[in-house]
Write a protein that binds this ligand. Sequence first.
Ligand code: UDP
Ligand code: MG
Length: 324
Amino acid sequence: MAPEKLYMVVPCYNEQEVLPETSKQLRAKYTALMEQGLISRESRIVFVNDGSSDKTWSIIQELHSTEPQFFSGIDLAHNSGHQNAVLAGLMTVKDICDMCITMDADLQDDINTIDEMVRKYYEGNQVVYGVRSARDTDTFFKKTTAEGFYKFMKVMGADVIYNHADFRLMSSRVLQELANFKEVNLFLRGMVPLIGFQNCKVYYERHERAAGESKYPLKKMLSFAINGITSFSTKPLKLITGLGLIMSAVSIIAFIWAFITKIVGFTEHGWSSTMCSIWLIGGLQLFCLGIIGEYIGKIYAEVKQRPRYIVAEFLSDVNEKEKK
Ligand code: UDP
Ligand code: MG
């Protein structure tokens, strides 16, 4: 079997410190894979410049002009954020590659995992998720916030793979399907599992950033988490409905309580009626908000226009004839 074309998509935002090292290591990895006959010689490493303000793009241009047989580059018009930069790369290569791996530019993801990913692809997997086995190099803060994030996402109804970020292999078939997801608020690690197909996980140890500093400060991480939840689940809206129901139920208890204290005669004049209305109206308001939320949730799902199903294979004699 002839080796297939592997494209790497690497988003870069102000990565001038680490790019020389990243490109060197990836080049070595590619050379080795090509010599082993695991990937075709037409495989490329694509750096996506996400509107960097430093020398990132000129480094990418330089890499491409000296070794076009290894390096390609995509320059985005402005900073669009990590997820959009990755998608830009994926959509650009979807028709020219057989398989594609997305990886951060900072070498935190272990590039030696690439071999295993490619092997898993040849075994028939359309998606191979890179999962972190250890987070020893992360600070305590990063580790707890990140792991808490995966757990919270699950509770909130967005099904993501535990400890998997955006280090993954996808076949061009999966990329074609991904192109049908028209949503603007991207959360790739939630979208890819929705596509389905045969998939598996490979485990790797996460390293420290090779150079430069994190482009994901706490503020961005929080907004990423909120985006992940609100882009994938209407559970928060359902929670409001539930809360409204509980409040309404509690208002009955408040009624009884207010009534008893009134009879016993411990209350100020007017206290019972005020208490009762606060609970009842509060509960009803939340409940109504929840119902409106349910409708908004439906509208939200409709406007996303996600594909309702994905056909994995079409078996038909007509189809067979066309192939020949
Ligand atoms: N990145 C990007 N656009 C942005 C922010 C980050 O393309 O607006 C890239 C960045 O260059 C890196 C990857 O996304 O390749 C992950 O960022 P980083 O390593 O800073 O995040 P962390 O690993 O600290 O969560
Ligand atoms: Mg990083």
